[in-house]
Design a protein around this ligand. Structure first.
Ligand code: URA
Length: 433
């Protein structure tokens, strides 16, 4: 089988056979297929798409390209959660302890931030002592004892995706529904959970800019999950504006704690209740979604979910006293307010541009290997839809130096638009698939 024939076939809109897809994945991991041929095939897929059968086969071949995690020793129904990535998206660290407080078992492997989007692993590492690289045995022991653990992707999980994703990132071939669906679902299948909750973001700060595209991606992933016996549910959520008020690692952990203490921003709290309720329902800890929502709210009000977060952090070596007293976190020593330039309403708070401003402050990385500043970031005092007056504080920037703030402030301002009328309110959850 010649790679050049496979590329030509896909370029012409042909349907690849199972044997051809398996050969591509095998050659990708073994190194027999050079990067330029893999990249050319990815580009052909971007233009020509894949049938559902091809996407499902690619997903399975990638899932089986490395370790398959066995979670049977954990006991009970295991539920995983994945977000397609956004700005200010700290939902995992709120909903995992909520669902675990009711006995849902969660063994979650999360990613780091890249570009304008943040990553759960980076946020967790802003808690002093927190270990996100546990051996497989330690990971499973924490899940058995506490009910949940969140670590970075460990072992040899989906090496084919690791290779292809890195190539896609630098060849403008990320934005393809079959490629994103197979990339995400291969990792979820290999990670071993029985059930999967997907948070598919739609809007300016997301890979999928429209609700229709996000729904098509969600449908594809839900069908792949069902085809391998992993019940999968997807929520399409709004990522036109940042979620909550905090963007940046330690700042977001503080907001996670505030939310679990019942004092979080309304948008973040509402979205987390909906996501956590779906996890509780998928884990069969509630008979219907109405009860699941009530349980999710109760876990916040009773303090049970915050207690569970502290237990998980301690079990992974972190100092939970920082969560109990969040004033202990070290934040950027330069703090600069950005003032509102107009009267009226905020008609747009562009999530992608705000995410890019936070990267300039040091909260994210431009390349996979750059260091991040855990104390850097942005607190938004105003968000889309809010009424404002000229001179109001729109946001506070946190960084380790004035130059960074001076660079980020104009970028942040560009993310906002103002008008005389408020924008039409957008629901937080746009659809459930
Ligand atoms: N996240 C992934 O894991 N893969 C993609 O292709 C896009 C987002």
């Amino acid at each position: 089988m010649h790679m050049v024939d496979i590329i030509r076939k896909k370029r012409g809109g042909g349907e690849l056979t199972d044997a051809e897809i398996d050969a591509v994945v095998h050659g990708c991991v073994s190194g027999e297929i050079p990067d330029y041929q893999l990249s050319a095939l990815m580009m052909a897929i971007c233009f020509q798409g894949m049938t559902k059968r091809e996407t499902a086969r690619l997903t399975l071949a990638m899932a089986h390209s490395g370790d398959m995690v066995d979670l049977s020793a954990v006991g009970g129904i295991t539920v995983d959660k994945h977000s397609t990535g956004g700005v200010g998206d700290k939902t995992s660290l709120v909903i995992v302890p909520i669902a675990a407080a009711y006995g849902v078992k969660i063994a979650k492997m999360s990613g780091r931030g890249l570009g304008h989007t943040g990553g759960t692993v980076d946020k967790m590492e802003s808690i002093p002592g927190m270990r996100t690289a546990l051996s497989r045995e330690e990971f499973l022991a924490v899940v058995r004892r506490v009910g949940c653990a969140v670590i970075g992707q460990s072992g040899d999980l989906c090496p084919a995706d690791k290779k292809l994703y890195a190539l896609r990132d630098v060849t403008a071939t990320v934005e393809s529904i079959p490629l994103i669906a197979s990339s995400i679902m291969s990792k979820k299948i290999a990670a071993g959970s029985d059930r999967i909750l997907l948070d598919v973001k739609a809007g300016s700060g997301a890979f999928m800019k429209t609700k229709d595209d996000a729904e098509a991606l969600a449908r594809e992933m839900v069908e792949i999950g069902a085809s391998v016996g992993r019940k999968t549910v997807a929520l399409i959520t709004n990522m036109d504006r940042p979620l909550g008020r905090a963007i940046g690692n330690a700042l977001e952990i503080i907001e996670v704690c505030e939310t679990l203490k019942g004092r979080g921003p309304a948008d973040l709290t509402a979205e987390c209740v909906e996501l956590a309720a779906n996890m509780i329902y998928l884990g069969e800890r509630a008979e219907n979604m109405k009860t699941a929502r009530m349980l999710a709210k109760d876990a916040i009000e009773s303090g049970a979910a915050f207690q569970k977060l502290c237990e998980m952090v301690e079990a992974q070596g972190g100092d939970a006293d920082y969560l109990r007293d969040t004033s202990r976190f070290t934040l950027g020593h330069v703090q600069q307010d950005v003032l509102c330039p107009a009267d009226g309403f905020i008609t747009r708070a562009d999530a992608e541009q705000i995410g890019r401003a936070s990267v300039l402050l040091g909260a994210g990385r431009e390349t996979k290997d750059s260091a991040i500043d855990f104390g850097a970031g942005i607190i938004l005092h105003k968000n889309a839809g809010d009424a404002v007056k000229r001179g109001d504080v729109l946001a506070t920037l946190y960084a380790d130096g004035e130059t960074r703030c001076e660079e980020a402030a104009p970028k942040l301002l560009q993310a906002f638009s103002f008008g005389a009328e408020p924008p039409k309110p957008e629901p937080l959850v746009l659809a459930r698939v």
